[in-house]
Design a protein around this ligand. Structure first.
Ligand code: TYD
Ligand code: MG
Length: 452
């Protein structure tokens, strides 16, 4: 008879405890411990002992096989994965509900015409998936759909079909018969992911896991999942805008610098090859509070439009609001501007936005933000042919940013005539198409920007 044992798991970080705790010692969250029934250790060991087949090998004797990669059918996805899906890899795709995770995976499955694929859905019926597939207007006659949540049943389907790629939508709905706890709990997620990982490694079949994100933006359930998988992809973007970014936060087979950019359309996700052109709106010459920043997202240059609105504060406490940019960093930039240029932002409301629902953490955006704030505050428009790339230090100095040549060639391609950069950026080759304006301190920006 199977002896059962209960353990309390923190549903946030996966910490276990023999007794219930009000506050998790590890992540500090309250009320996250849930009792889960796990199989007794002796039973588990007995079961596992039959599977001990590993033999230690000398590193010099292990054959040097190059990583084989499969084309996912979507260039932007290949790019983030590091030029394709690695055989035998376990990839986790996380993102907010409704962002398009199921769409991306189904679209990739349909875009691989010769590959046999098993799409396991625990969330939607086969009819719903078929409806989505008809919207996508792509065809793969070897794509199987199954509604199943039990891993043992899934493995039996896999043995029958022998797919070349498996997609699990989502890991939170899976359940293994070896545990009694309900689907979505830490022990179930950990165990089912581990079963899939063993399967992927043994058969060299890649497995994609779709994972949910909690309201705090963490991958739901556990950090443990991130340790098990080979690649963690984050699907981001604002649901109200069409643009979506896929970013790797962990990749055992490639760099985590690349991003994939998509646009959600009526017929699924469209790959965006020239993101800069789309993120920038056409504006009139006299629009104030708008500036263009030459940023680098991943390895690609990306021009983004920053928008600021500075108005007199009616209530005692001036308002600060920021979309797509860290509010504290905006506060810091306002403080530097106030101290160095004497603008009284303390009595102004400041609203800040990055167009297109994009988020950026590239420090090179600082200079464009300062320019947009000055433009809105003084009500003077910045020329539509100007753009910016520079980081601001606490002392008000403009600091150089990385890969300036790449940024300049991108802005030049899009027809900009002037770029403002830090004066101590390295010397650049002669360029007659774009005027590079070097500034050392933010006090000097105003004169160079508005007085030609
Ligand atoms: P979905 O893939 O179901 O999101 P997730 O699996 O991440 O929860 O996509 C959901 C949204 O995408 C939904 O709001 C509808 C929209 N959508 C389109 O705009 N066009 C399309 O062709 C498809 C398939 C979905
Ligand atoms: Mg979904």
């Amino acid at each position: 008879m199977t002896k059962s044992k209960t353990i309390y798991y923190c549903q946030n970080c996966g910490t276990q405890s023999a007794t219930w705790l009000g506050k998790c010692n590890n992540c500090g969250q309250w009320n996250t411990f849930v009792e889960e029934i796990v199989q007794s250790t002796s039973q588990k060991n007995k079961h596992d002992s039959n599977n001990f087949q590993s033999v230690p090998q000398l590193i010099s004797e292990i054959s040097d096989i190059p990583i084989s990669r499969i084309d996912s059918g979507i260039n932007e996805l290949n790019r983030v994965l590091g030029s394709g899906i690695v055989a035998g890899s376990l990839v986790l795709l996380g993102g907010d509900p409704g962002i398009g995770k199921s769409t991306l995976m189904l679209q990739s499955a349909l875009a691989m015409p010769d590959a046999k694929i098993l799409y396991v859905s625990g969330e939607e019926s086969s009819i719903q998936i078929k409806l989505r597939a008809s919207r996508l207007k792509q065809k793969n006659n070897l794509c199987y759909i199954v509604n199943e949540t039990n891993t043992q049943a899934i493995f039996s389907h896999i043995n029958a079909i022998k797919p070349q790629l498996i997609i699990i939508d989502s890991i939170q709905t899976l359940q293994t018969s070896s545990l009694d706890s309900s689907a979505g709990t830490v022990s179930q997620i950990r165990e089912t992911a581990a079963e899939l990982q063993r399967f992927a490694k043994q058969t060299n079949t890649p497995v994609f896991l779709i994972g949910h994100i909690t309201k705090d933006g963490m991958l739901a359930g556990p950090k443990v999942l991130e340790h098990i998988v080979d690649v963690v992809l984050q699907f981001e973007g604002d649901r109200n805008y069409g643009y979506r970014l896929v970013r790797a936060t962990k990749n055992r087979f490639g760099s985590i610098d690349e991003i994939g950019i998509f646009e959600m359309t009526q017929t699924g996700l469209r790959e965006v090859d020239n993101p800069s052109e789309i993120l920038i709106s056409q504006r009139d010459e006299d629009t104030t509070g708008v500036a263009i920043a030459a940023t680098i997202e991943g390895l690609r240059p990306l021009l983004i439009e920053v928008q600021a609105l500075v108005t007199a504060a009616i209530y005692g406490n001036p308002q600060r609001s920021s979309t797509g940019f860290d509010l504290r960093r905006l506060g810091m930039l306002l403080a530097v501007l106030e101290k160095k240029c004497g603008h009284k932002f303390g009595i102004k409301d400041v609203f800040f936005n990055i167009a297109g629902g994009i988020r950026t953490e590239d420090p090179a955006v600082d200079l464009a933000i300062i320019a947009a704030l000055l433009s809105s505050s003084l009500d003077i428009a910045i020329s539509t042919k100007d753009c910016f790339a520079g980081e601001i230090s606490l002392s008000g100095e403009i600091r150089p940013v990385s890969r300036i040549e790449q940024r300049i060639s991108e802005v030049q391609k899009l027809g900009y005539k002037r770029i403002f950069i830090a004066s101590n950026n390295p010397k650049l080759p002669e360029n007659n198409h774009i005027k590079v304006i070097r500034i050392s301190k933010i006090e000097h920006l105003l004169a160079k920007l508005f007085i030609n």
